[in-house]
Ligand binder design. Structure first.
Ligand SMILES: Cc1cc2nc3c(=O)[nH]c(=O)nc-3n(C[C@H](O)[C@H](O)[C@H](O)COP(=O)(O)OP(=O)(O)OC[C@H]3O[C@@H](n4cnc5c(N)ncnc54)[C@H](O)[C@@H]3O)c2cc1C
Length: 366
């Protein structure tokens, strides 16, 4: 059986690895001239690590990611709203996106990966299965669901970068919630720090100097935020308006095409689960096709993934509403008081509701 994967982002490459594990021939068609990922970090949650386990890639991802450290949600003065000890953590691993992409690619032979190829229609592809992993603005989705609403602006814009300097090994993973703005610190295995800042803003909010704008928003917040920003080379900052697919696709499968990752369910990043869902999709697709013939396998994939991804997308939107979209001083005080009152054990349980997912099979090997 032969699959053509449209799009070589994290989702497309993970799908290619998973499908090859069940014995399929796979080609990944990527429109960019090179495979790779943007210069930012990504939180790989325990659910995605379990999916990567099935691809035998989780230990490599762990080796380039965050060491076992504590995690906390803080207020801008550095006071704890929630705290998770290192020993209790079902560990989140922060990795540089380029490293995660490289680890996934390393499991594929070079001839699987074709660059500079923009797919304009599924009709052009000669394959038993087409995996549409062409991202939030998916052309394949538009072809198959021409009346489906386009992605919408979430109301937040985000900046991301990585420090050039190295920070102490025990630096916590943290998310700091202010009023209308949040900041995240994700230490990498090599001591550099990935960070993101997000703020409520009108769509298309562009400034001349992104680093200066982030410093204006959070430069006076607690340590190590000022030092992290000072250690960020100017000109390395990515800014994106955050969009999501608010409407729910009626199906992730049309004929022999399976939508996967952001093409199927682009969500807000407030739970850090978008790429994790794409990696889960990849192993569930392969597991379903290993167990069944093509139509039944695709139906099983659709059933398994639509419910789960919708639940996570809704929870992610809600996390944003309770987090950075809280803007007035009184609402911020109420939010912070509620968060402080929640015992850490319950906060952990709240998170594990989403991260306790397990792949449907123990192995993808035939
Ligand atoms: C600010 C921010 C922070 C985030 N943080 C996290 C996080 O911590 N954890 C997490 O899990 N997720 C996070 N996400 C979400 C995550 O980045 C996405 O969900 C994930 O990258 C989607 O992967 P994908 O492969 O589905 O799509 P993409 O990464 O968009 O890949 C699509 C690929 O398809 C190619 N392509 C597009 N059209 C065509 C075509 N017609 N022909 C050929 N190729 C094509 C593109 O060039 C691209 O390479 C975050 C997102 C944002 C915006």
């Amino acid at each position: 059986m032969r699959a053509a994967v449209v799009g070589g982002g994290l989702g497309g490459v993970a799908a290619a690895v998973a499908l090859r594990r069940i014995g399929w021939d796979v080609v990944v068609l990527e429109r960019a001239a090179e495979f790779g990922e943007v210069g930012a970090g990504i939180g790989v949650m325990p659910n995605a690590l379990r999916a990567l386990d099935l691809l035998d890639l989780s230990s490599e991802v762990r080796s380039v990611g965050t060491p076992r450290v504590a995690g906390a949600v803080l207020d801008p003065r550095g006071r704890r709203l929630t705290h998770v000890d290192a020993v209790h953590q079902d560990q989140v691993v922060a990795v540089h996106r380029a490293d995660l992409h490289r680890v996934l690619r390393s499991a594929l032979p070079a001839e699987c990966l074709v660059t500079s190829t923009e797919v304009t229609s599924t009709a052009d592809l000669d394959a038993d299965l087409v995996v549409a992993a062409d991202g939030i603005h998916s052309r394949i989705r538009a072809e198959l669901f021409p009346t489906f609403p386009r992605p919408v602006y979430s109301g937040a814009t985000a900046w991301r970068s990585v420090t050039s300097a190295v920070f102490p090994a025990d630096l916590m993973i943290s998310q700091t919630l202010g009023s209308g703005t949040e900041f995240g610190v994700l230490p990498l295995g090599d001591g550099r720090v990935c960070w993101y800042a997000a703020t409520v803003a009108a769509a298309g909010h562009a400034v001349e100097d992104d680093l200066a704008e982030v410093k204006r928003l959070v430069g006076a917040w607690h340590d190590p935020i000022p030092a992290v920003l000072d250690a960020t080379p100017p000109g390395t900052i990515l800014r994106h308006d955050v969009h999501e697919l608010k409407a729910e696709l009626p199906t992730f499968v049309r004929g022999n095409v399976a939508l996967l990752g952001d093409a199927a369910h682009a969500m807000t990043p407030f739970l850090g689960q978008g790429a994790c869902m794409a990696i889960e999709d990849a192993v569930v697709l392969a597991a379903s096709l290993r167990e069944h013939d093509l139509p039944t396998g695709l139906a099983a994939y659709d059933k398994a993934r639509r419910t789960r991804t919708r639940r996570i997308a809704n929870a992610s939107r809600a996390a944003g509403r309770f987090g950075m979209f809280v803007r007035t001083p009184i609402a911020t005080t109420i939010r912070d008081t509620v968060m402080r009152a929640i015992p850490s054990r319950l906060a952990i349980r709240g998170m594990t509701r989403f991260t306790s997912w397990n792949p449907p099979v123990d192995s993808l090997d035939r």
